[in-house]
Design a binder for this molecule. Structure first.
Ligand code: FES
Ligand code: FES
Length: 156
């Protein structure tokens, strides 16, 4: 049995039918083709699936699609483009904040949530805000530098 949902994704209204058990991450990837949101675990630990739900960074593998009914969802596809990178995307590029890139969409969405709450975070605040996001490749120093780059760029 499917349920109708109506929500806004990356500023575009969407209506769909979903099974009540469908996770938001599967709805985004499998039904909408928004595969920039990744799945890196089945234990809610990696953060690769992070999106914004009504402005808050959430792990979309912990949210049912029906719970997002009526909400605004932003995914990595909604915050920048190849022609106009988001300052965080630019920061990851400039600071070598990625290697394989698998964790990067989730890192960027989590960091974007931090910069909305705290525009000029300390290194400690950056590290604490990203502790729910795991990277198997880079270590975290360059990821922290990427967030610092973005914070400075956003503040001009
Ligand atoms: S896929 Fe959601 S936390 Fe790992
Ligand atoms: S860049 Fe490979 S997991 Fe983070």
């Amino acid at each position: 049995m499917s349920e109708p949902i109506h929500l806004t994704i990356n500023n575009t209204p969407q209506s769909a039918e979903v099974e009540p058990r469908t996770l938001l991450v599967h709805f985004l990837r499998d039904q909408l083709g928004l595969t920039g949101t990744h799945i890196g675990c089945d234990t809610t630990q990696c953060g690769a699936c992070t999106v914004h739900l009504d402005g808050d960074a959430v792990k979309s593998c912990t949210v049912l699609a029906v719970q997002a009914d009526g909400c605004n969802v932003t995914t990595i596809e909604g915050i920048g483009s190849v022609e106009a990178l988001h300052p965080l995307q630019e920061g990851f590029w400039e600071s070598h904040g990625l290697q394989c890139g698998y964790c990067t969409p989730g890192m960027i969405m989590a960091a974007a949530g931090l910069l909305q709450r705290i525009p000029n975070p300390s290194e400690d605040q950056i590290r604490r805000s990203l502790e729910g996001n795991l990277c198997r490749c880079t270590g975290y120093h360059n990821i922290v530098r990427a967030v610092q780059y973005a914070a400075a760029k956003i503040q001009g």
